[in-house]
Design a protein. Sequence first.
Length: 385
Amino acid sequence: MDIDFRFFKTDLLKKKGQEPALILAAACLYAKIIFVVHPIHALILTLFCFYFFFDSIFLFLTILTIGFLKPNFSIFFGDIHLFLWIKTTLKSSIFSMYPQEIADFFCTFFLGEECSYELGHTFRALGLSHLLAISGFHFQTILGTVDFFLHPLSNKKMGIYILFFIALCYVCIIEASASVLRSFISIGISLIAPLLGRFSDAKNSFYLSYFLIFLLCPKKIDSIGCTLSFLATFGILFYKNKIENFFHRHLIRPSVYFFEDKQIALKKSFFSILALNLSVFMTTTPYILITLGAYPPLSLLTNLFFPTLMVPALFFFLLSLIIPFFSGVVTIYVQKIIWIMQAIPRPLAFNISVPSEFFFVLETILILTITIPFIRPCFKTLDHV
């Protein structure tokens, strides 16, 4: 019986990228056995995986180099004097321009330092503690702010180099936790891909970031913060568009009032935020209930508005580091946001919990939520029936 090897290597894999199930299997297999096999076998396995799935000498050399480092290798750039000096200078500027309360907020929100108990309690009660942890939200806002001013002044290629350099410096200044590295790797790939003439796919970047974090920080990959970061990103990548399309099909109708186009655009923006919120809720809630034992239902509502309100705060804060005039506006704006958070009646910020007897149900839901998107591509074929 002849085996058709075209199933393993097709034009689809070459042009568009990796099928989700294939790349995940290859990445996990490689990461699991790289430290227990002979170096020659590891080299052969690496060549096979990257020839069939990545087809990039750049990624091959990167992963091969990392693979032969110690399994417990971790990255923390904060001990380098240059980055310590930059971080100290930024903190001094923040405290010189802002009152104590707002300065503490931005040291946490921008530099990733530990927040005060009162600030942390306010955000946790409303299910917004993820805003205080450095994530892709911060990277995208920072790079978007820089790109806003760079776009008219530089060509596209030079702009990408500058954005990547800023993202790298930001990682070096803050503590490079597993979730921070995940965000940096995903954004770094999306920036580097056009320079190498490659396609940049969000799902493939997500898989590769998981792969690299497994090699760089194997002890941190199972931490609660890192797991929630991956689960939230997983939900956005696999469920957000489906939920958003459902809303568009069933809830957006032509309007008989004035400014129909603007009303439809506003509805689409709202449903996009709602879909993002629900997709993260689907993938993270079972894990939160199992590991932390409680979940604030109010977070479904607060996450519709407060993350969006934080984007202008970070934008004008970055601007104030160059033009201190904006610090007064930022101070008033952030004070109003924190005041609204604290004004929400605490009885509304209650937590729900699930008895341990039902944890198996939550585990089943979590497993199905994650595995279904991987199982579906396995049934795709290029042969028409």
